[in-house]
Ligand binder design. Sequence first.
Ligand SMILES: [Zn+2]
Length: 251
Amino acid sequence: MSVIEHLLELHLVDRQVRGLRSRVETAEIYHRTQQKQLEDIESQLGQLQQQCRVAQATAANLETEGNSMDARIEKFREDLKLSATTKQYNTVLEEINTLKTERGQVDEQAIAQLEQAENLEEDMKSLDGRITERKTLVVSAESDLNERRSEVSERLNELEIERAKKAEAIPPVVLEVFDQTADDYEGDTMAEIDEIDRKRLEYSCSSCNVSLPFNLVNTIMSNANNVHQCEGCMRILYVTEEVRGALVTKK
Ligand SMILES: [Zn+2]
């Protein structure tokens, strides 16, 4: 068997290996995406919980402050009863009124903080719902991934052994070219030579359509151990029996 024939066989197995691996990779990517989205929502929830705790603590502090203001107002009311002069009475009354206004403001602030905490709790509930949904997706993505892994693993092992055997038949330098091209084109390594015009001896690469000099086509055809890459796309060029037959007949 020629090097090109070995390469074409390797190419077939290599594509199958890549196909199976990519089935698992697709499932891995999906699983990772779901997991990441779950983590994002959980982190949002953590932030809301923190904001909610701050709002509740602020409301509690304001309540304490309000209670101490109430006590001071009560004390002023006692003072009011003991006022000896109208001036004294008015001064204390003014203190009470100022304090009452401030007390009202503190109350408003406390209510605003409590409302904010309640809104945050609503948002947290909706995030909880989304977390539950996302967890279901993560679990199903995980089981899908495991299923694919086990489906594929046996066949993939067989194919990898086969691929290694096929690769042994190929000279290391050529194998390096093959592996590099296969990685670059996700397994689409080999390009057949297209016959464009038989009379004019015009040929091109079937993958990238670059036109190929007849000398090159002739070299490739004269010896199937000659490995040449297309100058346009770097795939390994080969001649099909059909094109070869046509040329031989012509000759
Ligand atoms: Zn090409």
